[in-house]
Design a protein around this ligand. Structure first.
Ligand code: EPZ
Length: 428
């Protein structure tokens, strides 16, 4: 076990390079299973969720070879299993994408229910609805989600709720189905577009990704390809929020500015100066953050995965801010951690009322989930003194080299082992 030890109170200055997008990578890698020949996937982030997905693919029979630190060559030719066990899934949300990928590849899939960060319930009813519309028989037995189809046929599917996962999973199952599939009320996130572009580079016929209506004309086979993952919108937003939170001046390199529109708009409202370049944004903050209202919504709204980070910035704003969580049932579990650092936040259901305080103060905190963990680092960078963040395993799932990247911006942050009680006794 490890923790981060952060000595805060300094403004971040310098340049940070953004890695490939986690939520695009965890969708595109399973999609490789649909190909008849090898794929090379580039610009993969070095994070534990990507390693876990690659391990599942190897266990299913794919030949996975590292080309360099951020590229892999995957040959799905010998994939012969359709079973992803609980142990293989390692509690990842993205393991659910093997349902769509394996159904799409072999009309058969048996996958442990997906895990993922705890935001209250995380149902997959819309995924199931899509698979059944395509002709799969879906059952739950022995705690496994089981899908089986004689043949998959195109269908019109209306999502009752805008779901990234369901949109992705239906795309994976539909690309080789017979006929036309239309997904209405589809998610529009950048990683949906990235997956569609990847599948089309393999010979799929997908139109409308990035809009609420995606049309997929099934094809008989998909060929291997080489593809580079888009930059991570949320990693970029996290460093932008950290620059604002510490009153810094940071150039965030290797981004797609149009993916950051809602984040840029909100940080400007808070008082940041932001200059957009072709593939970079520069964030400067030289005043106390202004209070504001934030409501998280599906893309192109303000991303829910930026909610803990922006709330942390607003914890020291000049007045009362309101943050409303428009996507998840319960995504404020981190507030108790911030309160222990002196924040004044009242949560009522999906709304947090944040009364800005002069400054946060150091305290031992925990990462309760991936993005909340990033927010705890931001809080530690804001507080003058030493803050320790535990349960950082969550953070390592989605942020590549976070200690190195923050250190390059002047942060005093270290990853240190936690010596367990029994280990101390052994040492005694
Ligand atoms: C993806 O989760 C992301 N995870 C999440 O990011 C992100 O918060 C979320 O999309 C929203 O953008 C990955 O991409 C691996 P949803 P997903 O299906 O697909 C309800 C991170 O920090 N819903 O879009 O699980 C659901 O309860 C992670 O990187 C149903 O009701 O999210 C939620 O209220 C955390 N039935 C809403 O839809 C379903 O069948 C959106 O969920 C599916 C979802």
């Amino acid at each position: 076990m490890e923790k981060f030890v952060i000595k805060g109170g300094k403004a971040l200055k310098g340049e940070v390079h953004i890695s490939g997008a986690k939520n695009a990578a965890v969708a595109i890698l399973p999609a490789v299973m649909l190909a008849d020949s090898p794929c090379v996937i580039e610009n993969l982030p070095d994070i534990s969720d990507v390693s876990a997905i690659l391990n599942v693919m190897s266990s299913l029979g794919a030949d996975v070879k590292l080309v360099n630190k951020s590229s892999v060559r995957i040959d799905p030719k010998n994939v012969n299993s359709y079973i992803v066990t609980k142990e293989m899934a390692e509690g990842m949300r993205a393991s659910s994408y093997f349902l769509g990928a394996l159904l799409g590849r072999m009309n058969r899939a048996r996958v442990a229910p997906p895990g993922g960060c705890n935001f209250g319930v995380r149902p997959i009813d819309q995924h199931i609805k899509g698979f059944e519309a395509l002709g799969a028989e879906m059952t739950i037995d022995n705690g496994m989600v089981d899908g089986c189809a004689e043949i998959l046929r195109g269908a019109s599917i209306y999502l009752d709720v805008v779901s990234v996962g369901a949109t992705i999973n239906i795309m994976l199952a539909a690309v080789k189905a017979k006929g036309l599939t239309i997904i209405e009320n589809a998610a529009r996130e950048p990683h949906i577009v990235d997956l569609a572009n990847f599948l089309n580079s393999m010979g799929a016929d997908i139109m409308g990704a990035g809009t609420g209506i995606i049309k997929i004309r099934g094809v008989s086979s998909l060929r291997g390809t080489t593809y580079s993952i888009i930059p991570d919108q949320i990693e970029a937003g996290t460093y932008m929020a950290a620059a604002v939170a510490t009153g810094g001046d940071v150039l965030i390199n290797n981004v797609t500015p149009e993916h950051l529109d809602s984040i840029i708009a909100k940080l400007k409202e808070i008082g940041a100066e932001i200059i957009e370049y072709d593939e970079a944004v520069r964030v400067t903050m030289n005043k106390k953050p202004r209070k504001c209202k934030v409501k998280t919504l599906p893309h192109p709204g303000f991303p829910t995965d930026m909610q803990p980070q922006i709330a942390t910035v607003l914890s020291v704003a000049d007045g009362v801010s309101i943050v409303t969580e428009g996507v998840w049932d319960s995504r404020f579990r981190y507030v108790d951690q911030l309160t222990s650092m002196g924040a004044n936040i009242q949560v009522d259901g999906k709304m947090a009322v944040i009364t800005g305080v002069e400054a946060l103060t150091p305290a031992p905190v925990k990462a309760v989930d991936l993005r909340a963990g990033a927010a705890m680092i931001i809080a530690g960078l804001m507080a003058d003194g030493v803050t320790e963040v535990e349960d950082i395993i969550y953070i390592d799932r989605g942020y590549e080299k976070i200690v190195e990247k923050f250190s390059k911006l002047g942060a005093d942050i270290k990853r240190v082992p936690i010596i367990e009680e029994n280990q101390i006794n052994k040492l005694a």
